[in-house]
Write a protein that binds this ligand. Structure first.
Ligand code: UTP
Length: 460
């Protein structure tokens, strides 16, 4: 597109309201609006609108859905042996400098209503550490434990990139090497009304939205960091979301199972709490592993129970994955391969009279888990929700800071009690990742020690 053709193109897509606005702008502002819009793939946007985004993964009526094969939480001696072997394989991967970690933090965090990037939300129960600090400290502790580099990648969006980078700079990268914390930004897509109209955010910009967490696999490639990691000899990428303070970054057991299965893509799942929990479900779909959003899954399957009355499709998605980097390269080789989904939202929008008001819109996004059915080999592992999954989505109620803090306290109290120290019931406990990364680590550190038990406890 060039600027001379711009009016014709807007007309072609039925965007006369944008054209009217454009024609009223001063020449330099016209150029600004043109440059902004020319940065988007309008063909894609209007095609998606036309198809209303053929949602990837939605099972057709004839699809064969089965519970998937999942590595269980170890209970038997054989399970324990397998777990130990996986742990040792994962530890070797980390020690051999073959692992990097990615935190996707480009979302808008609308439900949490925090004014800054979600990773800057203070969450830890005693010290009020932010999500970013908890993750960075885990990486720092792993680097020390394994004498390994473990680059930490943070995916932002253009909306929160600068604030995120400034946050890390101000906090001196939480003790990590500056060169090993890599920021890259995902793409945005124009938000559109159900009637197919683009919307103005201000005089020279459209209303846009980040292109979904699936955009991470594209932006990793486009930013050049995928090649950078490969050049460093890294082969596996640990992936998690910014909103889960319980996540075990680069968990060696998980990495080990992934590596032993020679998987392209691996996933941690937890048992769904109840049939109404709004969580994606890991299933076998037409013989391939896949995750279906709860909204795509359909009430019948969502509510199905086995002969013992237990939830049949029990494996809830934690959004914790490991990706093999050669697989991520393949996904990008001939154009990015993930399908787009359409989310209906209500947003505040600028009206022609300069006021703002609520409007129903469609957002197009890709989901990272749509990579799973594209993988040749996958691996899925069950973990205990109480130990690894408590996302911060909402300001209050379920999946909120209150539930996440409660989960952190319960977990860390459990580690202390497992180390043989009994705690008065009211005491909050927070364990710095720099002190201990897991309960075995803690037990070693506390051996032969006594702790003051009168007040809330921070172990560092
Ligand atoms: P959610 O889908 O929960 O969205 O993202 P959100 O932005 O955190 O919150 P709401 O829906 O606006 O309230 C799950 C994870 O995926 C990341 C988020 O930052 C979060 O870590 N994400 C989501 C992205 O990185 N980019 C996106 O485009 C969407």
């Amino acid at each position: 597109m060039n600027q001379a053709d711009f009016p014709v193109i807007l007309q072609h897509y039925g965007q006369d309201h944008i054209l009217d606005h454009y024609s009223r702008l001063a020449v330099d502002r016209q150029k600004e609006l043109y440059d902004h819009i020319a940065g988007f793939d309008l063909d894609l946007v209007f095609e998606l609108h036309k198809d209303r985004a053929q949602a990837g993964g939605v099972p057709s009526l004839s699809a064969e859905i089965k519970p998937p094969l999942v590595i269980p939480i170890p209970r038997t001696p054989e399970d324990m042996d397998r777990h130990a072997a996986a742990k040792s394989a994962g530890e070797s991967l980390i020690s051999d400098n073959r692992v990097a970690a990615l935190i996707v933090a480009g979302g808008q965090g609308i439900r949490l209503r925090h004014d800054n990037p979600k990773g800057t939300f203070p969450i830890s129960p005693v010290k009020n550490k932010t999500l970013f600090q908890l993750f960075a400290e885990q990486v720092k502790a792993l680097r020390v434990r394994f004498s390994s580099r473990i680059p930490l990648l943070i995916m932002t969006s253009p909306e929160n990139h600068d604030d995120t980078v400034t946050f890390f700079t101000t906090h001196n990268y939480f003790g990590l090497e500056k060169g090993d914390v890599l920021f890259f930004s995902q793409d945005m897509l124009p938000t559109i009304t159900p009637a197919g109209e683009l919307l103005l955010k201000d005089e020279t910009h459209l209303l846009t939205n980040p292109d979904g967490h699936g955009g991470s696999l594209k932006a990793l490639y486009a930013s050049g960091f995928l090649q950078h990691l490969i050049d460093l000899g890294i082969s596996e990428l640990f992936y998690c979301q910014v909103d889960n303070p319980l996540v075990k970054i680069a968990d060696p057991v998980f990495l080990g199972y992934h590596a032993l299965a020679k998987a392209d893509c691996s996933t941690k799942v937890v048992r769904r709490e109840n049939i109404d929990e709004k969580v994606g479900v890991y299933v076998s779909l037409n013989g391939k592993d896949a995750i279906l959003e709860y909204s795509d899954f359909g009430g019948l399957h969502m509510r199905a129970v086995d002969e013992k009355g237990k939830i049949l499709y029990w494996a809830g998605n934690t959004a914790i994955h490991v990706f093999n980097l050669a697989f991520v390269s393949r996904l990008n080789d001939h154009g990015f391969a993930l399908p787009y989904h359409c989310a209906s939202k209500t947003v505040d929008n600028l009206r022609p009279d300069g006021t703002t008001g609520p409007l129903d819109v469609w957002k197009f996004e890709t989901f990272v888990f749509d990579a799973i059915p594209l993988a040749e080999r996958t691996c899925c592992m069950e973990v205990d929700r109480r130990e690894e999954f408590s996302p911060v989505k909402n300001k209050s109620g379920p999946d909120s800071p209150t539930t996440a803090r409660r989960a952190m306290i319960r977990l860390h109290r459990g580690w202390v009690e497992d180390a043989g120290i009994s705690l008065p019931s009211k005491i909050k406990v927070e364990i710095s990742p720099l002190f201990a990364l897991d309960k075995e680590d803690l037990a070693g550190k506390l051996k032969g020690k006594t702790l003051p038990l009168q007040k809330d406890m921070y172990l560092e």
